[in-house]
Design a protein around this ligand. Structure first.
Ligand code: SAH
Length: 465
């Protein structure tokens, strides 16, 4: 594409045409459809142009073009049907700062004018980059035949009805409503009873649609996994494909958000550890609000939604509002983190149970059964454990844990910027603070990176030294 199609704002701006013959007339027929201020500079102007000037539809300067004539113009057409004169006026217009088109001279033109199907405010521009004007005209004719002449009128009336139609659930229902209007109901109304029949027809259609859709939306509570988009489940992917609204956590990676349906409304309900950017109750209310409008909501949570995800509060809110929901599981941070250090969460003869624990809860540092956790061989995956590290370290040592117990912190597990910090309980702090991790990190108590893995990751670990 050597020419990029855009719709340029011309309301109240100047468009200047140099030339008064056929070429100028052809352009003027198009330009006069706009709300721009049109000026024609021509020593000799065709009668039609003079008539338009007399009617006040354009301003005619009845002489050859001079410097300043195209001052403040957004667009300029050189349409003198004379190469030398066109080149001269194009230079002048350039100097005046206008974008220049020289009729029938693609090479020296800064823009070209497409073939236009005008159903204002619906305007279709067809371009072939000068390669096949005949083809452009044929496509234009086809489209003109296909699009009812009333389309522009319908679009204008439709626009005034947009707010009223917003009572319809977002998504399929609303799209189907408008499709039915433009394809069937609108053209029929205009044809049988004229413009005045359109709004009543819209009102009837809206009533029918509302009656047919008295149902609420649906919420998928979806696990987005630890960050790597390939660790998303197929079910999660499908849910994102059809979502009308995606309400996501701060931790959900950008690559994953980009997989959502293009038209989906994306809402960041991001929360930071401790203090919340958005209170849980507000998030609950937001999810319910969109679902009640009929939207298919995807509530996208990092990792697995059932692990430290405050899922039950959201489900309670949905149940209270009578909204249907389902849980789509995801890969939790502990699974991704343990994979990255080549270890198992459980191991015969070492630990027959593993704990998922949080470093802090809504009340502050979380308390745990430290005595049990201090026993040799225990394995725990500590979520949200960065700030609580010193507290956890102190409690465990106080309860008799071996200071040499391996502790591994994995930051940004499964992401490109993953970092692994291998240490011991005795060294956990200040090692962790000194490392200055900024991403989400999972701490394993009782696990060290497997030797082979540790070797390949020494670089990572040394970054913290
Ligand atoms: N539901 C999520 C956990 C939410 S709590 C899950 O199943 O993973 C948020 C905590 O998860 C973070 O503080 C961090 O401890 C952990 N976490 C989430 N994503 C992570 C990642 N990619 N790498 C390491 N830890 C992560």
């Amino acid at each position: 594409m050597d020419h990029f199609p855009v719709f340029m704002a011309v309301a109240g701006r100047r468009i200047v045409v140099s030339g008064g013959g056929e070429a100028a007339l052809a352009k003027l027929r198009l330009i006069l459809k706009t709300t721009a201020h049109v000026t024609v500079v021509a020593a000799e102007a065709a009668p039609e142009i003079r008539r338009w000037a007399a009617e006040g539809r354009l301003r005619l300067i009845p002489r050859a073009m001079e410097p300043g004539d195209a001052m403040c113009a957004v667009l300029f057409y050189a349409a003198n049907e004379d190469d030398a004169e066109d080149a001269r006026v194009a230079r002048l217009a350039h100097r005046d700062g206008a974008r220049v088109n020289i009729v029938d001279n693609l090479l020296d033109s800064q823009f070209i004018t497409p073939a236009i199907v005008d159903r204002d405010p619906v305007v279709i521009a067809i371009g072939t980059e000068g390669a096949a004007p005949v083809l452009a005209r044929r496509i234009k004719r086809d489209l003109e035949e296909r699009l009812p002449a009333s389309l522009g009128l319908l679009a204008r009336i439709g626009k005034t009805f947009r707010a009223a139609a917003d009572v319809l659930p977002m998504g399929v229902v609303r799209r189907d409503f408008w499709t039915a209007f433009y394809d069937r109901v609108g053209p029929q109304a205009v044809e049988s009873d004229g413009e005045a029949a359109v709004i009543p027809a819209l009102e009837t259609l809206l009533d029918e649609t509302l009656r047919a859709t008295g149902k609420a939306g649906h919420v998928d509570l979806v696990g987005a996994g630890p960050g790597d988009p390939e660790l998303l489940t197929l079910k999660a992917r499908k849910a994102l494909d059809v979502a009308d609204v995606v309400i996501h956590d701060r931790l959900v990676s950008r690559e994953i958000l980009e997989l959502a349906r293009r038209e989906a409304v994306m809402i960041d309900a991001g929360k930071e550890g401790f203090g919340a950017a958005m209170a849980q109750a507000d998030i609950d209310a937001l999810i319910v609000e969109h679902a009640l409008k009929g939207a298919h909501v995807v509530r996208l949570k990092a990792g697995d939604p059932t692990v430290f995800g405050r899922l039950d509060e959201e489900i309670d809110a949905l149940a209270a509002a009578g909204v249907s929901w389902r849980i789509v599981p995801g890969i939790t941070a502990a699974s991704a983190a343990v994979a990255s250090i080549g270890q198992s969460l459980t191991k015969r003869g070492r630990n027959s149970a593993v704990r998922f624990m949080t470093g802090h809860d809504t009340k502050g540092f979380a308390d745990h059964d430290w005595k049990v956790l201090a026993r040799p061989g225990e394995v725990a995956a500590i979520y949200m454990g960065k700030r609580a590290a010193r507290f956890i370290q102190g409690r465990l040592l106080m309860h008799g844990a071996d200071p040499m117990t391996p502790v591994t912190v994995i930051e940004n597990a499964s992401r490109l910027d993953q970092r692994v910090l291998a240490t011991t309980l005795a060294e956990l702090e200040p090692t962790l603070s000194e490392a200055g991790l900024t991403g989400p990190a999972l701490t394993f108590l009782g696990l060290a990176p497997r030797d082979a893995v540790a070797a390949t990751q020494t670089m990572n670990i040394e970054e913290f030294a």
